[in-house]
Write a protein that binds this ligand. Sequence first.
Ligand code: DAH
Length: 340
Amino acid sequence: MLSDKIKSLLQEVATLEAHDAQELENLRIKYLSKKGIVNELMGEFRSVAPEQKREIGMLLNELKTALQERINTLRATLATAEDDLSDLDLTRTPYPIRLGTRHPLTIVKNEIIDIFSRLGFAMADGPEVEDDWHVFGSMNFADDHPARDMQDTFFVEQHPDIVLRTHTSSVQSRVMEKTQPPIRVICPGRVYRNEAISARAHCFFHQVEGLYVDKDVSFTDLKQVLLTFAREMFGADTKIRLRPSYFPFTEPSAEMDISCNICGGKGCGFCKHTGWVEILGCGMVDPNVLEANGIDSSIYKGYAFGMGVERITNLKYQVKDLRMFSENDVRFLDEFMAAN
Ligand code: DAH
């Protein structure tokens, strides 16, 4: 029966939904267009018996109004939803955000820089492709000095005077030649040596150089600064010991060990059961070095030190194989997420 059909359609009206303008338009076409359901019913209405015309006519009108109202309501809801878009921050990064990690060497280098900048050291740097003078000559390596053999050097082809720097001590010279004391700098950077790559050696690694030049600088100052550094880096219980050594650019020279922070000094594989591990070389700047770089050694004195970043990172994080640092294995790098 027509009236039943209309009544069930009337019940349907409240359940109609549209999620976008297209769906809304489809609803309008389905129910209210020329070929829509309402017009179809109008056609059927013509053949309704006269005594039923009034009742069914009213029902039909009710259906038409209800449909129009429903569609208007849906249209209004869609419009507000669209308006709300303008309040959204569309520049926001979508979740989940996967953060990268800093490289362990960068984490440790930054920590070293932090400690020394709190002690008043400024940053300095110099080129990795360097001339012989800044790497060796100005650092008091005589032309035939056997110490040159201590470092296996990469030379730039056809330029016997140009090398990949073998140590960051070259930056000492770069700084001194253009600055008069007081000088207090640290120089982090990459260095190169012609070594076969293995778990324990690599053809490049990283150092941080330190240089302090002023009047009345003493070995005691050096020792105190290095003790402070060791305690900040490895913990307040850390002990240091200085052993006499030799470098062309310092006199006297020393190598510094810290109490092994892996076994706490008791002796383990890492410290070869001595309880101590070497972390840096240091000494009083040789007067020849000051003079070679334009600083009057009768007025000024200085101390210097140089440490390997990989070595310190190994001590902190026990990385067994040096090659891990340059292989970019994400599984390795991810392990440093928490240290960032
Ligand atoms: N340049 C040395 C090396 O590469 C490290 C070093 C030792 C730096 C003593 C210094 C120093 O400044 O005083 O092994």
